[in-house]
Design a protein around this ligand. Structure first.
Ligand SMILES: [Mg+2]
Length: 261
């Protein structure tokens, strides 16, 4: 079903490869087909709480061997975005987990401890399982003082096997309510994660198909980056929603297996 001009894929993970940890289809066979067609591929996820290495291990446990450099997260997208504006050594206050901290350190930024938060030149927010009143208070003071405000993603919820729990977007709303300031967002639907994936793939946008299960994030990001897009119906969005979406989506498939068949 893939048009012949497609040379590379940027794949979302949750809702495309697995749902609540259960694989969608025969993943080893699907990736064998992708490799047999000579397609390059990368993975792009708004979930910045895990590192690429942790995703590599998860994929390996499902029988798909990839290199960690093929995986981009919103945390890496954020470090990429910040790296365009700020030099290494810039002091950053972070409310977020290991994923975002590792990505920012990797880019050479100095991550400030809570007691030095007032020195921050930028503030970054993602999901932080150890969020406290004190952290939020310091962040609010920074943003109200005009310090630039960035976020890994603004997904309202985060999927777990028991259902949806507050996502980064829900936590961001505390700061946006207290300050009236909205953050610059690295994750989908912003195109910066796609641009990072294209750079890693060494692929041209016209030849790279962005595949996802959610219209407002995956498809919107792919379109914003100028890539052709494919929606799979194995996750969040439905065919009816996809057919009503503008600009038009290039391909709609029941799942990844059908898309690369
Ligand atoms: Mg998804």
């Amino acid at each position: 079903m893939l048009p012949s001009h497609i040379k590379a894929l940027i794949l979302d993970m949750d809702g495309v490869l697995w749902k609540s940890d259960a694989p969608i289809g025969d993943l080893p066979a699907i990736f064998q087909r992708i490799r047999a067609r000579g397609l390059k591929f990368a993975f792009a996820t708004n979930n910045g709480t895990k590192t690429p290495e942790e995703y590599r291990q998860k994929l390996a446990s499902l029988g798909v061997e990839v290199d960690a450099s093929q995986i981009v997260t919103s945390a890496l997208g954020l470090a990429f975005l910040l790296g365009r504006t700020y030099p290494p050594g810039t002091k950053v206050f972070v409310i977020g987990g290991n994923g975002v901290r590792a990505a920012l350190s990797g880019q050479g930024f100095e991550i400030l401890p809570l007691e030095r938060a007032p020195e921050a030149q930028a503030f970054v927010m993602g999901i932080d399982r150890e969020i406290t009143f004190q952290k939020v208070a310091e962040a609010t003071l920074l943003v109200r003082n005009g310090v630039p405000f960035y976020a890994t993603n603004d997904d309202k919820t985060f999927p777990t096997p028991r259902g949806e729990i507050p996502g980064a977007g829900a936590w961001l709303s505390v700061i946006t309510t207290a300050t009236g300031v909205k953050p610059a967002v690295a994750g989908k639907p912003s195109p910066s994660l796609m641009e990072l994936a294209l750079e890693r793939l060494g692929a041209r946008k016209e030849e790279t198909l962005v595949v996802g299960d959610r219209l407002e994030t995956d498809i919107a990001a792919g379109q914003a980056a100028g890539c052709p897009t494919a929606l799979v119906l194995s996750g969040v969005s439905t065919r009816e929603q996809a057919e009503a979406w503008t600009p038009k989506i290039d391909l709609i498939a029941s799942d990844l297996s059908e898309l690369v068949s």
